[in-house]
Structure formats: structure tokens, C-alpha cells
Write a protein that binds this ligand. Sequence first.
Ligand SMILES: N[C@@H](CCC(=O)N[C@@H](CS)C(=O)NCC(=O)O)C(=O)O
Length: 254
Amino acid sequence: MSEKHLQTGDVLPPYSGKLRLFAMRFCPYAERTVLVMNAKNLQYETVFVNLDHKPEWLSNFSPKGTVPALEYEEGKAIFDSNIINVYLDEKYPEVPLQSSDPLRRAEDKIIVELFAGAQSAFYTAAYNPSALQPNSVETYHKGLEALQLKLKERGTKFLHADTPGLVDFTLFPFLERFEALPLVGKPEFELSKTKYELLVNYLEAMKQVPAIKAYYLDPQTHAKFIESRNKGDANYNMLDTSAVCCMRPRKKKE
Ligand SMILES: N[C@@H](CCC(=O)N[C@@H](CS)C(=O)NCC(=O)O)C(=O)O
């Protein structure tokens, strides 16, 4: 998978017949869909796009210009991570990621809803720290405490069950990024092991899940991206190895 982000003026690669995901490598919403597709063992391609200089064709797939968007048939797409993920779960039921019980599905949505405050406090802390309110840290920790309590109440390895499900893949991309906050000068957002023992163990277990392992980025990498974006020049292509391919030293002739 090329990690290069296409931008204004770049041509849309030809459609191969596989599901095609429009994403941005550091976008937590797009990651939700990547994790779901990985967990379901779906064949798909990814097109990464530069969100500061969007390719002209992005709006054909995503009318609001956001990622993720999923091209499920040539030229036909749906957008929004939650909408895409429920669609995928219903369309490809071989590996189900939601409970068959409607009440349990509603409870999963409530867990996601209760986490939303922590999510927006993260965004402010990472990308707009001057707008942090005195209660932002409190809101963030309240969200994490609520999540830890749910893990305790459910008593399963993951929120979904002893294997992760949609609810886990919806929250994880944010938790992954939360660990970068102390590295960008926000120690008050740390997920301390003493306070969040259960939650931290859950996070570590999630990192071992193959669907996640294949896409996970460490806190240092997220911190680098956050810093680049805050400097006004988001480094979308920092993982793109094709850019340095030709600078490798050539093998000496024997
Ligand atoms: N509710 C949407 C949010 C998606 C979203 O905000 N994505 C960001 C990148 S992480 C985006 O595309 N931003 C570009 C823009 O808003 O123009 C979802 O769940 O898919």
C-alpha cells in the first residue's frame, strides 16, 4: 500500500474492482474503517488524500470532502465512518462485529457517545491548545473513567466480547492518539497506568489484534504528525517510503 497522499491535480488511480477506501493516514475516523475491513478480511485498496490540497475528484465520492469514503462499486460511494462500518458489517456478515441483540447494539452506541467528550478534548489539546477550557482535562478524564467502568462491568477481554467488535474499533483510533498527548506538551492528558490499569491493559490487548497491528502507529509518530500540522505544514507523506526509495546506496560491484 502506497502511503503517498494524492493532492490537487493528481489523477485518480484506475478502479481495480476491489472495495476502495479514501483515507488519510493519520485520520482516526478513516482508521476505524481500515480496522473493520482488516478484521473482516476484506480485499480492499486505499487511496490516501492530502486534506489541505484535496484532489478535485474527492468530492465525487465524499460530498462533504471528508474521509473516510468507501467506493463500493465503480463511481459509487458512501461516506462517514459509522455509516460505512455498519454497512460493511451488514453486507459482509461472515465475521460479525456487532451483537445480534438490538439492546446490546444500542448500549455499544451509548459507550461511543459517552466517549465523545474525551474525543473532542483530545482534538482541542492536540490541535488548538489555546482554546482549552479549564474543564477540558476533566471532560477528557471523565470519558476515560466511563470507558474503564464499562470494561469492568462487561468483564470481557474487549468491549464487544472476547474478540473485538465494532465498538472497540470505533474507539481505538482515538485511544491510540491519546497516548501522543504527553509527547506534545500535554502531560495532564496522560493515561496513567495506576489510574487506568484496566483501560491500559485493554489498550495493550487491542494493539496485539492483527487487524490493528497492521495499521497501528506509535505515539512518537502521531506526535510528529500533530507537530507538523500545528506548524501549518501537515506532513501527510512522512511514512511514504516510495519517496526515499531511490536514495538507497547502490550495491557495490563485486
Ligand atoms: N463524522 C465523520 C468525520 C470525518 C472527518 O472529520 N474526517 C476528517 C479527517 S480526520 C476530514 O476529512 N477532514 C477534512 C475536512 O473536514 O475538510 C466520520 O466519522 O467519518
